[in-house]
Design a protein around this ligand. Structure first.
Ligand code: PEP
Length: 262
């Protein structure tokens, strides 16, 4: 099964595994965790490994992983360049602090902070403009899944979030399929549910170009753990994972990075 992922449309996609530390860790704690993760030598799947600390720890984490292949992401950003936006952080500021990637549209941002598809669209545009690699999150609520709306919700989030962009604009983008009901709940989508959603997202993206859809990485997020990552990663359209809870523990996160290739 593992090989299938690389053979779909004859396109090899490098696995992308990112931690999302959310609102956890002081600067000192972030340095310890980043050092433990970047010091873990094993990366048997040659995955791209990324960690997303709080803004306050970005620069220190960047410094800690210097000289390793570990990438650093911000968990969000504002779309404006500068100005009277008290409490917000701009694309240039996260870049200045060391981020090369930025998580956008996370369901917690959508639900708690009111990020709409239109706002996320502006943030994505700002990421492309600043050469930041967005990890664009989409996903349905439990209510929407139970109403049989999963695929239409994903398509609508893609349609509205990606309005105005070309395949060329989006070529570095990573999409994270994160069913809202699986985030931080301990409930995980079954490997089949993940595959179904990922395949639908990839199919939707063929409208830009078949080549773009074949190359884009679609990662799964929602209670990824050491004991379910192998089966999730075995799905042909799952190209990695966005990990919340278990990315706060270096040993667990390193095991997730080193998933068994089934
Ligand atoms: C997330 O924050 O994106 C996430 C998937 O969290 P968890 O792994 O804790 O469900």
């Amino acid at each position: 099964m593992g090989l299938a992922r690389f053979e779909v449309n004859m396109t090899k996609r490098v696995p992308f595994i990112s931690g999302n530390w959310k609102m956890h860790n002081t600067i000192a704690e972030s340095i310890v965790l980043a050092a433990a993760i970047s010091g873990g030598k094993a990366n048997k799947n040659n995955a791209e490994v990324c960690i997303a600390p709080s803004y306050t720890s970005l620069a220190a984490v960047k410094q800690t992983v210097k000289g390793t292949k570990v990438l650093v992401a911000a968990q969000d950003m504002h779309y404006e360049e500068k100005g009277a936006f008290t409490g917000a952080i701009s694309p240039s500021q996260i870049k200045d602090a060391g981020a090369t990637h930025v998580i956008l549209g996370h369901s917690e941002r959508r639900a708690i902070f009111g990020d709409t598809d239109a706002i996320i669209n502006k943030k994505l545009a700002a990421a492309f403009k600043h050469n930041l690699i967005p990890v664009f999150c989409i996903g349905e609520t439990l209510e929407q899944r139970e109403a049989g709306e999963t695929i239409s919700v994903l398509e609508s989030q893609l349609e509205n979030g990606l309005k105005g962009f070309s395949a060329e604009d989006m070529k570095s983008m990573i999409i994270a399929y994160e069913p809202v009901w699986a985030i931080g709940t301990g409930k995980t989508a079954t490997p089949q549910q993940a595959q179904e959603a990922h395949a639908a997202v990839r199919k939707f993206l063929t409208k830009y170009s078949a080549d773009f859809a074949a190359k884009i990485r679609i990662v799964y997020g929602g209670s990824v753990k050491t004991d379910n990552v192998d089966d999730i990663m075995a799905q042909p359209d799952v190209d990695g994972a966005l990990v919340g809870g278990q990315s706060l523990n270096a040993e667990q996160f390193i095991r997730i990075i080193n998933y068994e290739n089934k």
